[in-house]
Design a protein around this ligand. Structure first.
Ligand SMILES: *[C@@H]1O[C@H](CO)[C@@H](O)[C@H](O)[C@H]1NC(C)=O
Ligand SMILES: *[C@@H]1O[C@H](CO)[C@@H](O)[C@H](O)[C@H]1NC(C)=O
Ligand SMILES: *[C@@H]1O[C@H](CO)[C@@H](O)[C@H](O)[C@H]1NC(C)=O
Ligand SMILES: *[C@@H]1O[C@H](CO)[C@@H](O)[C@H](O)[C@H]1NC(C)=O
Ligand SMILES: *[C@@H]1O[C@H](CO)[C@@H](O)[C@H](O)[C@H]1NC(C)=O
Length: 510
């Protein structure tokens, strides 16, 4: 379209000299660009009664938000709104909130506005709170306010939000909001939402330590009995006393059917794990559990508590355990894997259990567990940096091939001292495995030769007809440039295959 207009322009200006022509072309292109920016920045879609505003990384400013506000005003019948407005250059959301307020039929709202340079945060908070309180039909709310508000403003918003009596599902993201000291008291209004069934709290990097957990405990006590709870406490400073307090709160939510807790980058240690797994083990109706205990110094004894807790959960269908940690030893590993082996048949299993040198016998235990748990729909194994060698890889491969119902398979065997033989066994397992539609296969940082990589790809290639997506990663395996070029030529544009390769020298081999 741009070219066509330029041609017309040329005809018009045929008598004018070249310099002027170029100048006109530049101006024209500039005008078109501005015009396009305006259109794409108000990027939204309307599907029936649903509005979707995608975040298209255009750094929206206030004048562009105004056109989105208009979209809301003109579609007051909307029942579902997904507004992804994080990471823009918006200073003032008040008009947008005022338009939001009029969507009186709204049942589902996902509103992400974090990381914008808002001015006058108290006024913005009051305006958001006012709008939320008006959305009386809302059932599901996903509110993302990352690094925007202080505790007073959060409290103002949540007080209003808690008036939505029909709210059943809430996901609240307050990443990088400082909630230290009595900051978590700003979340107390949540306990007034009497119909709440599902709550997800993202309190990542919120400066939470031991004392703060008392407030979280109070909240868990006062909340209605939930079916689903997800607490993301990643990157705080919660230690043993904090987790003991929090476990006390969780004890009041033992009826949970789905529970997730992420404590990555805290330090709950062995005793904290005992306390947490004591209460998790008592959640006898759990069907879904996600435990994130990576780098919490849980040690061998902590792993044994994890195994003990897991073994009590007889209704579990979906399990994700992250216990990867340097000083987590074989006994702890064994306890967890054996507990998984003895659970009733799971549908989804994610096991992130690397960096602990479980060795070849650890891989054999995993094989045994997978022989028992052989009806998985989704299997994700992250064995990063376990040094299991080719013999270990062969056990893992056998475990994978034993699966009957796989739809999704993810295997991370990076840094496991594999040679071609072990990596080929794993590739063969992928090739032979029954039904996965999505496969993610990683064997980076192993001693695989150029020939090995080519052979592996020949095997994996045979899996392509049955999969929808095959992702393969071979980074830092000392691939030569010529092989990389061969591979890129042969597989670079193969449908459904995503390859990650590099040619870094063998300096980081063990
Ligand atoms: C909201 O609705 C009221 C009453 O229908 C109307 O007067 C007002 O202009 C609307 N506000 C916005 C921002 O659409
Ligand atoms: C689990 O469910 C059963 C049956 O609904 C119920 O009796 C029991 O109290 C529940 N357990 C917990 C810990 O809430
Ligand atoms: C973790 O907590 C333990 C016991 O409270 C303490 O000895 C250790 O130094 C802590 N480690 C880190 C990295 O904070
Ligand atoms: C952990 O608990 C044991 C017994 O329950 C106790 O003897 C020990 O002192 C505790 N360790 C720490 C660091 O609190
Ligand atoms: C291999 O290719 C990279 C670029 O991808 C280049 O920087 C490097 O010099 C090449 N190495 C050799 C040995 O040719």
């Amino acid at each position: 379209m741009q070219k066509k207009e330029e041609k017309q322009e040329k005809r018009y200006l045929s008598v004018i000299n070249k310099i002027l022509l170029i100048l006109a072309g530049v101006l024209l292109a500039y005008n078109i660009k501005v015009y396009y920016d305006r259109v794409s920045s108000s990027h939204y879609e309307i599907k029936g009664n649903e509005i979707i505003m995608k975040n298209d990384n255009k750094y929206l400013q206030d004048f562009q938000l105004a056109s989105l506000s208009k979209v809301l005003s003109q579609n007051s019948q909307t029942t579902k709104l997904n507004a992804q407005l994080t990471y823009n250059r918006i200073n003032d959301f008040r008009d947008f909130f005022a338009s939001l307020e009029n969507l009186s039929n709204l049942k589902e709202l996902s509103l992400s506005i974090g990381k914008n340079p808002i001015v006058n945060e108290q006024v913005q908070a009051a305006s958001l709170g006012k709008a939320l309180a008006k959305l009386t039909q809302l059932n599901h709310l996903n509110l993302e306010l990352d690094s925007l508000f202080n505790k007073q403003s959060i409290q103002v918003i949540l007080k209003e939000l808690s008036k939505i009596s029909g709210l059943t599902e809430l996901r609240l993201s307050l990443i990088s909001c400082d909630l230290s000291g009595d900051g978590l008291q700003s979340l107390y209004p949540l306990t007034d939402i009497k119909n709440l069934i599902s709550l997800e709290l993202l309190l990542i990097g919120s400066q939470l330590k031991e004392e703060e957990m008392k407030h979280l405990k109070t909240i868990l006590h006062r909340l209605p009995k939930l079916k689903k709870l997800n607490l993301n406490l990643y990157a705080n400073k919660i230690q043993v006393d904090g987790i003991i307090t929090l476990s006390g709160g969780l004890f009041q939510q033992r009826q949970l059917q789905e529970f997730g807790i992420d404590l990555y980058f805290n330090n709950i240690t062995t005793n904290g794990t005992e306390s947490l797994m004591g209460v998790v083990g008592s959640m006898e109706n759990l069907t879904s559990l996600k435990l994130g205990l990576e780098f919490n110094y849980i040690k061998n004894e902590g792993g044994i508590f994890v195994g003990k807790g897991l073994s009590q959960l007889k209704k579990l269908k979906d399990l994700s355990v992250n216990a990867a940690s340097k000083n987590f030893g074989f006994d702890g590993y064994e306890a967890i894997v054996t507990a998984i082996e003895n659970l009733p048949p799971l549908e989804n299993l994610e096991l992130i259990i690397g960096v602990n040198k479980c060795g070849v016998s650890g891989a054999e235990l995993l094989k045994q567990a997978l022989f028992k748990q052989n009806k998985l729909k989704s299997l994700k194994i992250n064995f990063l940096e376990n040094y299991v060698g080719d013999a270990g890889a062969t056990y893992v491969a056998e475990g994978i091939q034993y699966q009957k119902n796989l739809e999704e398979l993810s295997v991370n065997m990076n840094q496991n001292s594999l040679s071609d033989r072990g990596a080929l066994e794993l590739a063969r397992a992928v090739k032979n495995s029954k039904s996965p539609k999505i496969v993610d296969f990683k064997v980076s940082s192993n001693e695989i030769t150029d020939k090995g990589i080519k052979d592996i790809l020949v095997l994996l290639e045979q899996a392509l007809p049955k999969v929808d997506l095959l992702q393969v990663e071979f980074l830092d395996t000392a691939l030569t440039n010529s092989t990389r070029d061969d591979i890129e030529l042969k597989y670079g544009s193969v449908d459904k295959l995503q390859l990650k390769l590099n040619t870094i020298p063998a300096s980081n081999w063990e």
